[in-house]
Design a protein around this ligand. Structure first.
Ligand code: NAD
Ligand code: LMR
Length: 350
């Protein structure tokens, strides 16, 4: 992309500030991996977000094309593209929020752990850029395996002396999105009367907290805490839990080699990024599930409800009352080595 002069930069920002409804100046958001399957629709959704005044789109391929395309949308955010490692620092300078969907996706027969070697290296490089250019940014990490990439990012930040656990959030929102959808769409249509009271409710008004991690059996929907309240039979709990835990695999198999969830993920990531921006703006009562540094269990990182605020994670909320099944699953996760997902091979239920 052509070098931007000081004057052009000032004029871009003035335009952004005038057009943004996100407060005096709006927020600056970077997407790393913006030309990918998740990155492109996520860029589109973030360009539509009135809290965003500046949107930086970075990728190692195709960033100029995606940027040109998105920049024609008549919404407030000013969009700029950055291509390849030499432009990473420009992409990151001064960002408030960095969303990272960079990395390879699964193919049928793979677990998320199989992505570790490639994606760990990508995340490390990108986090080193964050250390240098926007160490105070809130980071939303999407790249898999989230259970491992978040601890890796933490180590990069620790090594550089910039680690702030409040600002590093693994994105598990898709598990919540799936849980809310499946609770309304699937089980209640096919199964018993005990939960029929939820039928007819818009899935957007349903909230199932999903805790643990983002892989196989570490994805634990707290169906006992569904809101609006609703009771499920043991068969319903088993069916729903299995479907939610294997939602990613369901999409990988359906795409048959063409990747994993991208569109629903972009929707979930945009919702989560919006919640983070609302928190940064100072809105009260912004609560979402996320995989963060945590003391709610014996594990150093754990997904649970967090309250978002001006510094990122203001509070990691307790798990709340669990039923016997949920307590047992948390206990299993606390056992050493259980956060891997070797058991989650495509085609097997666990
Ligand atoms: P994709 O292959 O379509 O896109 C990935 C993009 O990352 C590509 O455009 C690629 O060029 C880019 N990229 C690769 N190396 C990069 C680097 N060093 N710097 C910047 N960009 C780089 O993949 P996708 O479907 O968008 O998935 C991306 C990741 O998100 C995968 O790891 C996938 O497993 C993960 N994912 C996570 C969740 C979740 O719930 N957290 C959900 C779906 C997918
Ligand atoms: C998902 O849950 O859809 C993602 O983690 C992608 C995958 O590999 O399943």
């Amino acid at each position: 992309h052509p070098p931007v002069s000081q004057m052009e930069e000032t004029s871009l920002l003035r335009r952004a500030n005038c057009r943004s409804k996100g407060g005096a100046s709006g927020f600056k958001v970077a997407i790393l991996g913006a030309a990918g399957g998740i990155g492109q629709p996520l860029a589109l959704l973030m360009k539509m977000n009135p809290l965003v005044s500046v949107l930086h789109l970075y990728d190692v391929v195709n960033a100029p094309g995606v940027t040109a395309d998105i920049s024609h949308m008549n919404t407030g955010a000013v969009v700029r593209g950055f291509l390849g490692q030499p432009q990473l620092e420009d992409a990151l300078a001064g960002m408030d929020l960095v969303v990272i969907p960079a990395g390879v996706p699964r193919k049928p027969g793979m677990t998320r752990d199989d992505l570790f070697n490639i994606n760990a290296g990508i995340v490390k490089t990108l986090c080193e850029g964050i250390v240098k250019c926007c160490p105070k940014a809130v980071v939303n990490l999407i790249s898999n395996p989230v259970n491992s990439t978040v601890p890796i990012a933490a180590e990069v930040f620790k090594k550089a002396g910039t680690y702030d656990s409040k600002r590093l959030l693994g994105v598990t929102m898709l598990d919540v999105v799936r849980a809310n959808t499946f609770v309304v769409d699937e089980t209640l249509q096919s199964l018993s009367s005990s939960s029929a009271e939820v039928l007819g409710i818009d899935p957007r008004d349903v909230n199932v907290p999903v805790v643990g991690g983002h892989a196989g059996v570490t994805i634990l929907p707290l169906l006992s805490q569904v809101n609006p309240p609703c009771s499920f039979t043991p068969e319903e709990i088993s069916y729903l839990t299995d479907r939610i835990q294997n939602g990613g695999t369901e999409v990988v198999e359906a795409k048959a080699g063409a990747g994993s969830a991208t569109l629903s993920m972009a929707y979930a990531a945009a919702k989560f990024a919006d919640a983070c921006l609302q928190g940064l703006r100072g809105d009260a009562g912004v609560v979402e599930c996320s995989f963060v540094a945590s003391q709610v269990t014996e594990l150093p990182f754990f997904a649970s409800k967090v309250r978002l605020g001006r510094c990122g994670v203001e509070e990691v909320l307790p798990l709340g009352p669990l039923n016997e099944f949920e307590r047992y699953d948390v206990h299993l996760m606390e056992m050493p080595g259980s956060l891997g997902e070797g058991k989650e091979r495509v085609g097997s239920k666990h």
